[in-house]
Design a protein around this ligand. Structure first.
Ligand SMILES: *Cc1c(COP(=O)(O)O)cnc(C)c1O
Length: 423
């Protein structure tokens, strides 16, 4: 395996940075990447992010810019927004948010005043920081009311959500999260939002690719606002989009610019357009369904090896494992698996008795390995590696971890990753 020679200008100008980029390419090529928010973008998406579009300032929106020279940028941004509307079946799309967190902040700016009550899922239950959690600006500047999942089922309790929403009357109701292994019932949230008069925000950052590929129900018929990152299952560049019905278009656009941001990242806009074009192809439907099929197959294999999965399994791309029965803390397991070439993250599980910085669980997912072409037939091997890795974490068996790493690398080399120049 050779280091890539695909960045000759960078290598000549700055060997230090080039070496780190090359090492990262090798790492991404050789490891089993299972962090569910990560993926491999295509070579086309990568190329789009590295274009001269990044030299251009374009504050404003197509046809209404504060800078001249937008002959190419205006049609580009319109193309990206048109593709977003087509892929997600929405009336309006704003493709300018820099990332998921600023996108969500723009929603607050559009629909709420500081001090207003907002409601979302608690971070330790699987929600996102920006859904009103205390350490986030959204929990400091707004009054965050948080719901969770049931202790017995690991699933959202809609009676609890309704009771809380009717008592607290939030301006915004967020659904979606970062560690939710089950289908989000957008219709049920919409009914509650209507009852309490809240704006329903479906944050599909994690599952946007599954929605685009028809492997998860769409929030479009139910949510007032759909917020998403573009870099997770959607397999685009790091960025975000806010989508809505036409009635909210003005409020959202004003909140993103000039409310929160300056010039849009045009190179990112280009790459979002490319990713949306890819997401509109029949092969992306196959991809999205394969991600879920792999996740389900992996869950079965893990259950068969005695692992405790939050909610008992998965409907989507991710699995949340409670390692308490294995007697290995999540962080120790994640670090050991990393040494074994399996990259995951440690994660709190609902009602976790341990601390967030050293919680009981790990979170894994199948988007990246599915992008490399691994199928359900490989999931027994993946589960076996995780099982051996967690056991080795418990016993401190570094030799076992090294052996797993060699096996992982051998399989990974048979499934080259999209976008990587390593060969
Ligand atoms: C990832 C994520 C975000 C934030 O995205 P960043 O681009 O990391 O700021 C917001 N909401 C949810 C549900 C996410 O999973």
């Amino acid at each position: 395996m050779s280091l890539p020679l695909s960045h000759p200008a960078l290598a000549a100008a700055d060997p230090d940075v080039a070496a780190l980029v090359g090492a990262e390419e090798l790492l991404q090529a050789d490891t089993l990447r299972m962090i569910p928010s990560e993926n491999y973008v295509s070579a086309a998406v990568l190329e789009a992010t590295g274009t001269v579009l990044q030299n251009k300032y374009s504050e404003g929106y197509p046809g209404r810019r504060y800078y001249e020279g937008q002959q190419n940028i205006d049609p580009l941004e319109r193309l990206a927004a048109d593709r977003a509307r087509a892929v997600f079946g929405v009336e309006h799309a704003n493709v300018q948010p820099y990332s998921g967190s600023p996108a969500n902040l723009a929603v607050y700016l559009a629909f709420a005043e500081p001090g207003d009550t907002v409601m979302g899922m608690a971070l330790p239950m699987g929600g996102h920081l920006t859904h009103g959690w205390g350490v986030s600006a959204t929990g400091k500047w707004f009054r965050g009311v948080q719901y969770g999942v049931r202790r017995d089922t690991g699933r959202i309790d809609f009676d609890q959500v309704r009771e809380l929403a009717l008592a607290e009357r939030p301006k915004l109701l967020f659904c979606g999260g970062t560690a939710l292994p089950r289908t989000i019932d957008f219709a049920a949230f919409a009914e509650i939002a209507r009852e309490c008069g809240a704006v329903l925000v479906a944050d599909i950052a994690h599952i946007a690719g599954l929605v685009a590929g028809g492997a998860h129900p769409s929030p479009a018929p139910h949510a007032d606002v759909v917020s998403t990152t573009t870099h997770k299952t959607l397999r685009g560049p790091r960025g975000a989009m806010l989508m809505s019905r036409e009635e909210h278009a003005k409020a959202i656009d004003k909140a993103v610019f000039p409310g929160l941001q300056g010039g849009p990242h045009n190179h990112t806009t280009a790459a979002i357009a490319v990713a949306l074009h890819e997401a509109a192809q029949p092969s992306f439907r196959d991809y999205a369904h394969a991600v879920v099929a792999n996740s389900r197959a992996l869950a079965e294999e893990l259950l068969a090896r005695g692992f405790d999965l939050v909610s008992g399994g998965t409907d989507n791309h991710l699995i949340l494992m409670d390692l308490t029965p294995k007697d290995v803390p999540g962080k120790a397991a994640a670090k050991a698996l990393d040494r074994a070439g399996i990259v995951v993250n440690y994660n709190t599980v609902p009602y976790d008795p341990r601390k967030p910085f050293d919680p009981s669980g790990i979170r894994i997912g199948t988007p990246s390995l599915t992008s490399r072409g691994l199928g359900t037939g490989h999931m027994a091997a993946v589960a076996e590696w995780i099982d051996r890795g967690v056991a080795a974490a418990g016993s401190g068996d570094e030799e076992a971890l090294a052996k797993i790493r060699a096996e992982v690398t051998e399989l990974m080399r048979a499934f080259p990753a999209p976008g990587l120049a390593v060969d």
